[in-house]
Design a protein around this ligand. Structure first.
Ligand SMILES: *[C@@H]1O[C@H](CO)[C@@H](O)[C@H](O)[C@H]1NC(C)=O
Ligand SMILES: *[C@@H]1O[C@H](CO)[C@@H](O)[C@H](O)[C@H]1NC(C)=O
Length: 217
């Protein structure tokens, strides 16, 4: 073999070796890129989310556990707009979803009920519409549910009464309707956390003229 050919062959082997040691992006990185791809980010807050990196733990606004799984997304006051990707439900180690004070739009995906390790869902002060999914009643570790200052409609799902760890639930400043549940987790929530939902009725609320049950509200 001529030396040039041998060198060429060696180069091919080396390239193949390097390529085989470069891992694919982690599933969590793929999920976060799916979120990012739907968002407008005029302030460049997500610039550090480099799709070439195999794990997202070095990206700004992300924190991981020792197994390099995402446990926190901190994107409050980030000038982001766009939908909440249902793909986020695949972050099964996620504990803190901090998306307050942006312009997220569309609905809360029912899939978010699969985030079984979630401690905090903070979506306050966005433009989120539609109903609160009953599936959120499956989030048995949830302590903080902040959905105030959005455009949520429909009744408050009774399923949320079973969230025994809940410390904060704020649903104020939306367009919810029907009656405020009074059992379970709802016993410890002050009336102010339901304020400014003109069609909502219950303890401490001004009487509205809405329907007498929740089925058609
Ligand atoms: C937020 O985005 C708008 C464009 O949509 C831009 O004009 C404004 O400067 C941004 N604000 C901040 C604080 O980056
Ligand atoms: C609501 O979010 C906007 C940014 O979208 C921010 O300018 C404003 O201060 C926030 N208001 C509160 C009460 O957090």
């Amino acid at each position: 073999m001529a030396p040039a050919t041998a060198a060429g062959a060696l180069a091919v082997v080396l390239v193949a070796l390097v390529a085989s040691t470069m891992a694919d992006p982690s599933p969590d990185a793929v999920v976060l890129q799916a979120l990012r791809s739907g968002l407008q980010d005029p302030s460049g807050v997500l610039k550090s989310w480099d799709p070439e990196l195999e794990d997202p733990c070095t990206w700004f606004h992300i924190a991981c556990d020792d197994s390099l799984r995402v446990i926190r997304i901190e994107l409050g006051y980030s000038n982001l707009s766009g939908p909440l990707s249902p793909e986020l439900a695949k972050l099964d180690q996620l504990q803190y979803m901090e998306f307050g004070a942006n312009d997220f739009q569309g609905t809360i995906p029912a899939e978010f009920g699969d985030l079984k390790n979630l401690i905090s869902m903070d979506l306050y002060n966005n433009s989120i519409s539609g109903r609160i999914p009953a599936s959120l009643g499956k989030l048995s570790n949830l302590k903080f549910l902040r959905l105030e200052q959005n455009r949520l409609t429909g009744p408050i799902p009774r399923e949320l009464a079973g969230l025994t760890q809940l410390v904060v639930m704020d649903l104020s400043n939306n367009d919810l309707c029907g009656t405020i549940p009074t059992t379970g987790a709802f016993q410890n929530i002050p009336p102010s956390c339901f304020a400014n939902n003109p069609r909502l009725r219950g303890p401490g609320q001004q009487q509205g003229g809405g329907p007498s049950d929740d089925t058609d509200c």
